[in-house]
Design a protein around this ligand. Structure first.
Ligand code: F6P
Length: 361
């Protein structure tokens, strides 16, 4: 009998997912003659049975496409599935159904393409006997044990391009423009796009900010003849001694905390303290969309091929990773132990400061 493997994309989408799927399908079929089952909408597809066999034809022409041809979900944890009972949300463990489904589909190994949340679920499924290989995905770049996750590079390009565009309008109107970017609890997108896009102030979650000092920095710029300023604020940034701005907390109805609104918060404070027009632009889900960059297409393809190699070598419970220029693998558990955040004293932060960028402190 032919070996059959499954592949799914879990969590928030990001550019490059299709390159990984294509890599998995091509390597599995061309190198090994295996069958590949594409599972739809992340782990949800294993509960509902929504899946389809993927051929080489199915992955033709998908390299430049954003999103994922399989669909995804960042709400589908089979160990805590939200179910409405008597007007209330209750969380039920449906993991046994998932394990049964994997068996009944004849799937001998599963490739899980996901971020921290999906890889945590992968580890729990591994503990129930499902052989799994992980592929690290997220625009946030917050996974340990890999130099970078695919999707991050494209998100950076989008953010940098937006900063270039904001510069001209900020300059014409002599305004303070605040651009809020994603990244959850890590400031990578804000820091790197801020440096690349010539920001004047960069606010990241790892360095709580002081509004008074931001005002002083903008005033200093104005006194030196620069009548506009550009601020990049990571959605997870927060004031020293204050709270993170959230759209909703994690509670019975929301599985995870949703961040957002720090741009508006900073704008209000600046408008109250500076005699300048302040505007906010929330870049939002644009960072997750669009065609993947060359870097992400190549990295995603290499990750997909490596994942198949790991399945072939029975190296389950591991995740593909990039170390330097090489693709390797590490234990998934090691990669999800803690988030990879920006070290406030690292070279990149110091370089930003040496470029005259104000970092909120
Ligand atoms: O983890 C990726 C990410 O885009 C974060 O940067 C952001 O906080 C979150 O997902 C947004 O999720 P949603 O698509 O559910 O709004």
């Amino acid at each position: 009998m032919k070996k059959r493997i499954g592949v799914l994309t879990g969590g928030g989408d990001c550019p490059g997912l299709n390159a990984v799927i294509r890599g998995v399908v091509k390597a599995a079929i061309i190198q090994h003659g295996w069958e590949v089952v594409g599972i739809e909408d992340g782990f949800d597809g294993l509960l509902t049975g929504r899946c389809r066999q993927l051929s080489i034809d199915d992955v033709r022409g998908i390299l430049p496409r954003g999103g994922t041809i399989l669909g995804t979900s960042n709400r589908g944890n089979p160990f805590a599935r939200p179910v409405e009972k008597g007007g209330k949300i209750e969380y039920v463990d449906s993991s046994d159904e998932v394990v049964e489904r994997i068996k009944s589909l004849g799937i001998g190994a599963l490739v899980v393409i996901g971020g921290e949340g999906s890889l945590k679920i992968a580890v729990d499924l591994m503990n129930k006997g499902v052989p799994i290989v992980g592929v690290p995905k997220t625009i946030d770049n917050d996974l340990m044990e890999t130099d970078v996750t695919f999707g991050y590079n494209t998100a950076l390009e989008t953010a940098t391009d937006a900063l270039d565009k904001l510069h001209s309008t900020a300059e014409s109107h002599h305004r303070v423009m605040i651009m809020e970017v994603m990244g959850r609890y890590a400031g990578w997108i804000a820091l790197e796009s801020g440096i690349a896009g010539g920001a004047d102030v960069i606010l990241i979650p790892e360095i709580p900010f002081d509004i008074r000092k931001i005002c002083l920095a903008i005033e200093k710029r104005r006194n030196n003849g620069s009548r506009f300023s550009i601020i990049v604020a990571a959605e997870g940034a927060f004031p020293a001694g204050g709270l993170r701005v959230v759209k909703n907390n994690a509670d019975a109805t929301h599985a995870i905390e949703r961040l957002g609104g720090v741009g508006e918060f900073v704008a209000k404070e600046l408008a109250a303290n500076l005699d300048m027009d302040v505007r906010v632009m929330v870049l939002g889900h644009l960072q997750r969309g669009g065609s993947p960059s060359t870097f992400d297409r190549c990295l995603g393809s290499r990750f997909g091929v490596k994942a198949v190699e790991l399945v072939d070598r029975n190296e389950f419970g591991t995740m593909v990773c990039l170390k330097g220029r090489d693709i390797g693998n590490v234990a998934i558990e090691k990669a999800i132990k803690q988030l990879k955040v920006v070290d406030p004293d690292c070279e990149m932060v110091k370089s930003a400061a040496n470029l005259g960028i104000m970092l909120g402190r």
